[in-house]
Design a protein around this ligand. Structure first.
Ligand code: SF4
Length: 443
């Protein structure tokens, strides 16, 4: 008689917050899948729903609480994990019926809670996990998390309190994961952490065997090896420590993308001091200039906070002037928002909301103009573009090397119906606006 494989319990997942949280969700799902669980795309079909929360800002916390409420209303059997897990009492006060609350990176606890809530199928037959794990991103790009936590204590941030000090992953484990992702179809690796340039400071003296040699846990060495594995490697959350100079030649050689995501947050020395920002040094502009001499196509993306306590009109004007000089390619701006538990909340000199709004509008206007001019200069050039989506009427959407998914611009293509998602093609740029490019693939 044939063995009947029992039906696996189904798990639904709601993943909120940043790419780092998305990677955590992927890890949890991968483990559950390898334990035999099935995934449910909707609330109705799920035996239990996991909500992976974000607690970075008060607005993100509120969004997390709303997501928990929705999952409880729609399904009723809910496990909460992620950054808001630190505030279990807040969650339980509002939703006494949640089955379990676990914190960020508590993979074993969250998986254990799922086992308790929807016991594992008593069959060892089901093992459908691809080698690269389960992904929430499209097949052609993947986030690669290289460390957890952060050794800095920026005044506006509670990440170190939520996630602890920096803990680096072993370089050989990261490289093996990268290989599996590429074998499974990934063309672009997005390296993420809280502080990518600090990678390895905690395990610097522990090189690991790799491909007949050794790999040192250092950003430059890791980037070089990753560059040999994936066609595109993009570095996020890099602070401009002096050793960042060493990765620029790798960009000039084409080993990694000429792209750096550096969250400067401000330029005025006094604001940076009160923010307690790392790598806060005066010579950044000179170094940007040198980097661009070595890798002329270098794209620098950054984020800035306006209205930080104590920011004067002179500080803000300093920032605008600095941006004129720095000519950053991509900029996101935020109005300062006090996060519960952040030391910045106790600083004097709160900036009135209307002043924050006004400064926000001014910085957006400035950076949009810089971006538009930079994109105009690309008209007529041929750029390498990765295809994200092919439309039905011959169009396609992709990204140039200067564009990270979700946060930067796009390249809209005509006459591109023959292309497939994940293709990397040469594109002639025909037009541009403030944030996006338009072009046609070359034969
Ligand atoms: S570098 Fe600063 S902002 Fe970034 S995670 Fe660390 S403490 Fe937070």
């Amino acid at each position: 008689m044939a063995t009947k494989i029992p039906e696996a319990p189904r798990v639904g997942m709601v993943s909120l917050g940043c790419p780092k949280n998305l990677v955590d969700s992927e890890r949890i799902l991968t483990k559950l899948r390898s334990d035999g669980y099935a995934m449910s795309p909707d609330y109705a079909g799920a035996d239990v729903v996991l909500v992976n929360t974000c607690g970075f800002l008060d607005s993100a916390k509120e969004e997390s609480l709303e997501a928990i409420g929705e999952a409880i209303a729609e399904n009723g059997r809910v496990i909460v994990t992620g950054c808001m897990g630190k505030e279990a009492e807040v969650i339980r006060a509002r939703f006494p019926n949640v089955l379990a609350v676990t914190g960020a990176h508590q993979y074993e606890e969250v998986v254990g809670a799922v086992h308790d809530a929807a016991p594992m199928p008593p069959s060892p037959f089901v093992n459908l996990v691809p080698d690269a794990g389960l992904k929430l991103t499209p097949r052609h790009y993947s986030y690669l998390k290289i460390s957890e936590g952060c050794n800095h204590r920026c005044a506006f941030c509670i990440i170190p309190a939520l996630r602890g000090d920096l803990v680096s992953r072993r370089p050989d484990a990261i490289l093996r994961e990268a290989e599996k992702l590429v074998e499974a179809g990934t063309k672009e690796l997005l390296v993420i952490s809280q502080d990518t340039s600090a990678y390895g400071v905690d395990i610097r003296k522990e090189p690991r065997p790799w491909k007949g040699g050794e790999v040192i846990p250092h950003m430059t060495d890791l980037a070089r090896e990753l560059g040999k594995i994936a066609p595109w490697v993009r570095l996020h959350y890099v602070y401009p420590y002096p050793h960042v100079d060493q990765v620029i030649p790798l960009m000039a050689e084409g080993l990694i993308l000429p792209y750096l995501d550096i969250p400067f947050q401000h330029a005025s020395p006094s604001v940076l001091r009160s923010m307690k920002r790392p790598a806060n040094e005066a010579k950044v502009l000179e170094r940007l200039k040198k980097w661009r001499e070595i890798a002329p196509d270098l794209t620098i993306r950054s984020t800035f906070v306006v209205g930080f306590p104590g920011e004067t009109e002179a500080d803000f004007q300093y920032l605008l002037d600095w941006l004129d000089e720095a000519q950053l390619d991509r900029v996101g701006a935020f109005r300062f928002e006090p996060v519960e538990g952040a030391p910045a909340n106790d600083l004097p000199g709160a900036v009135p909301e209307e002043v924050k709004e006004e400064r926000y509008a001014r910085i957006m206007e400035k950076t949009a103009a810089i971006s538009a001019a930079k994109l105009q200069a690309k008209i007529g050039r041929t750029l390498e573009v990765i295809i994200d989506e092919v439309g039905e009427e011959g169009g396609a959407t992709g990204r140039s090397q200067a564009d990270a998914p979700e946060i930067d611009g796009e390249v809209f293509l005509r006459d591109a119906g023959h292309l497939s998602q994940g293709d990397i093609v040469q594109v002639e740029i025909e037009d541009a606006d403030e944030h996006d490019l338009y072009g046609v693939p070359l034969a």
